[in-house]
Design a binder for this molecule. Structure first.
Ligand SMILES: Nc1ncnc2c1ncn2[C@@H]1O[C@H](COP(=O)(O)OP(=O)(O)O)[C@@H](O)[C@H]1O
Ligand SMILES: [Mg+2]
Length: 461
């Protein structure tokens, strides 16, 4: 190691009780937990017992709020409209954006596109710690990106990356788990390394007004490696979600200091990279809607965005003693409970049938408001009567068969109006909030599952 680099001392701190030791230990001698000792930097100022500075040398002072001026966030467009939406209207200069996601979901692809677009007007650097520069170039060629001005760097040492930044304004780090700082001896990707690298990038971002896009891998448990330690350092945390085999991916903001953390962007994976899907109205609906029995449409919320999603069910006579229940996109236990409610409260028999439920487009629906649509689809399949193409259903179903109100009902009704629906079956208690739309769409309030069946004409009472 060159002699000019002074290696700061590190210590090992127990993440459970805070016990410190100069060496790594498998078991914390203080609290007795295993594998909790993590390497941390020892700050120079904590090593001396002298006071850090004289009293009275304070540089910052508290100010009355009226004297504080406005700071205008300069936003730069990324060239991908959905990405801008999720960020809250564009990229904020000097911010730290973390992009998390499973391997192969398209993180590198998305940020290569963003970097190539930014490089047209600003000095932009793509630091690839995982792939060689030739691989990144090949990706740019494959995606037909005009990226002549994009700078590429294949480097894993953070200190070297810092020196290569030059006057770059936008920097992509692919990925934070592959880079390391020389001030720590633990391996790249360890909690201490990831935290220290992120903190260092934060200091560079704020002092030099550089925007960093940092790619982070998600661990098996679904959290970013370096468990959550990264999230509170970042200004914005985005997760790229979706099944690798699905074409549609959702980009979700889980934290945003410059915009709403409720935004969701819809992307499509094409040969030319990730593309924004603006017309998502028809994305989660099928063409057989209204013709085949067993499907119901429900307006479901994903972040700030309300989307109409179709639920399809299939009922087949069971060939075995035990009838099967299978659900894709909705909770299995919820399906079993709703089948029991329909059997007990409405007398629809399912005990000798296999039941399959699927949410279209590979989306996951976890809201309680989808209950009523599952019931409607099941009843439609059981009676072999299709639900009208322009009718949507939403509401939470209780075990007694009562229909409970759901949140933001007016937004859901508005989404139905926007996408050309003519009738909405909704919880009676939500009617008041939606009455303002009564002249645009037929509102059918229901109190019990039986009433919903009647409203959809599966049953005459
Ligand atoms: N050479 C290639 N040809 C065609 N498709 C590719 C190629 N390389 C990657 N892809 C597609 O792009 C997707 C996203 O890749 P990538 O952006 O590298 O993912 P991540 O960085 O999230 O791990 C992959 O799942 C794959 O389907
Ligand atoms: Mg990658």
């Amino acid at each position: 190691m060159p002699s000019k680099i002074k290696t700061p001392t590190t210590q090992y701190v127990c993440s459970e009780c805070g016990y410190t030791a100069p060496k790594w230990l498998g078991k914390c001698p203080d609290c007795g937990n295993f594998n909790t000792m993590q390497e941390e930097l020892v700050r120079a100022d904590t090593q001396t017992s002298e006071p850090r500075r004289a009293v009275g040398t304070i540089k910052t002072r508290a100010l009355p709020i009226s004297q504080i001026g406005y700071e205008k966030f300069d936003r730069v467009k990324s060239g991908i409209s959905e990405f801008d939406t999720v960020l809250g209207g564009g990229i904020v200069r000097g911010s730290l954006v973390l992009l998390g996601g499973d391997p192969g979901i398209g993180k590198s692809t998305l940020l290569t596109q963003v970097a190539a677009h930014l490089a047209k007007g600003h000095p932009t650097l793509y630091v690839s710690a995982e792939e060689s520069c030739a691989q990144v170039k090949m990706r740019c060629d494959r995606l037909n990106l005009a990226s002549e001005n994009l700078l590429l760097l294949n480097e894993t040492c953070l200190e070297d990356i810092e020196e290569s930044l030059g006057d770059c304004q936008f920097v992509v780090i692919d990925s934070v788990q592959a880079i390391y700082t020389e001030s720590m001896s633990s391996a790249a990707g360890s909690v201490g390394q990831v935290r220290e690298c992120a903190a260092k990038l934060m200091r560079i971002a704020k002092s030099r007004q550089i925007t960093f896009f940092i790619i982070g891998h998600v661990t098996k448990e679904g959290a970013l490696a370096g468990p959550k330690v990264l999230e509170h350092i970042m200004d914005t945390v985005l997760y790229f979600e979706g099944q690798p085999e699905d074409n549609y991916k959702l980009l979700r903001a889980v934290k945003n200091r410059f915009g709403s953390a409720q935004e969701v962007g819809v992307f499509e994976m094409t040969d030319e990279g990730v593309k924004s899907v603006r017309d998502y109205a028809e994305l989660f609906l099928s063409e057989t809607r209204g013709v085949a029995a067993g499907s119901a449409v429900t307006p479901s919320e994903s972040g700030n965005r309300c989307m109409n999603v179709e639920l399809q069910t299939l009922i087949a006579k069971t060939a075995y003693g035990m009838p099967r229940r299978m659900s894709l996109g909705v909770d299995y236990n919820k399906l079993v409970v709703l089948i029991a409610v329909l059997e007990k409260r409405c007398g629809i028999p399912f005990f000798s049938s296999d039941v399959y439920v699927n949410a279209m487009g590979g989306i996951k629906l976890s809201e309680p408001s989808v209950d009523l649509a599952i019931c409607a689809a099941l009843a439609s399949a059981a009676s072999d009567v299709p639900i009208d193409k322009y009718t949507a259903v939403f509401g939470e179903v209780g075990l007694t068969g009562e229909i409970r109100p759901v949140t933001r009902a007016d937004k859901r009704v508005y989404e139905c109006i926007k996408t050309g629906f003519k009738k909405v079956v909704l919880p009676a208690k939500n009617l008041k909030a939606c009455e303002k739309y009564a002249d645009k769409i037929e509102l059918v309030p229901v109190k019990y599952v039986g009433q919903m069946l009647k409203a959809l004409q599966f049953r005459k009472e």
